[in-house]
Write a protein that binds this ligand. Sequence first.
Ligand SMILES: C[S@@+](CC[C@H](N)C(=O)[O-])C[C@H]1O[C@@H](n2cnc3c(N)ncnc32)[C@H](O)[C@@H]1O
Length: 257
Amino acid sequence: MNYKTINQAAWDKRTRVHVTSRFYDVEGFLAGNNTLTEIETSELKDIAGKSLLHLQCHFGLDTLSWARLGAKVTGVDLSPLAIEQANQLRDKAQLNAEFVCTDVYDFGENNTTQYDIVFTSFGAICWLPDINRWAKTVASALKPGGRFYMAEFHPVYDLVAGYDYFHQDQADVDEEGTYTENCSGETSTLMTWGHPLSDVINALIQAGIMIEQLNEFPFSPYNCFENMEQRETGRFYLQHQGKDMPLVYSIKGTKFA
Ligand SMILES: C[S@@+](CC[C@H](N)C(=O)[O-])C[C@H]1O[C@@H](n2cnc3c(N)ncnc32)[C@H](O)[C@@H]1O
């Protein structure tokens, strides 16, 4: 079996658990809450009326939150179950959105639409073996002058958690449950790859994205790792040898016109 089949099965299984979790709080979303984090909404502005492609959108909460803020959204994800749930949520929330069930690279090969904004976030690129191919997908989906934005978990966390910091061609293969509080203990096989910051930045530059901003944050908006400490609302910190770890980074760029 290849990594897509393995990870798709894992994400189908995870989606079934996630839709009823407090972590994702679907009820709150349907009541009007926005699921985007302070990092994303403070750094990616002026999206109203813009076409926005969300790569690896999971079951659509963040995609639909951008729609609530006025963007014309398209979400892409590998998991058929996640896309089915995203379509149901869109209908329940009475929002406009298109959801496409496909692998990111296949999307890159077949897509002919160019968007004003390409967005991806939190726990996305570790599922992809080739960061250069991902960056080419991002660039080809953007209009000239279009904006790229990502917020992602910091790869230094991987190092401290016992993984390589530098990219290895061979996947890390793990048997794991999921990160939501309602995880029953049931596990799936997962195949992931680490991507150091330099690889991500160089891949984007080589694909034709002009990097305008790189930020690193000593907190995560999600309480998703063991032993995190909430010091302010929605900000979870983790220490390594008594010092705050970098937990999130974000990149903002523009496609060369
Ligand atoms: C952690 S989630 C996305 C993060 C998002 N911020 C969230 O929590 O809603 C990762 C998503 O990547 C998707 N995914 C994994 N591999 C993929 C691939 N090769 N192509 C497209 N989507 C993929 C999974 O199905 C999953 O929905």
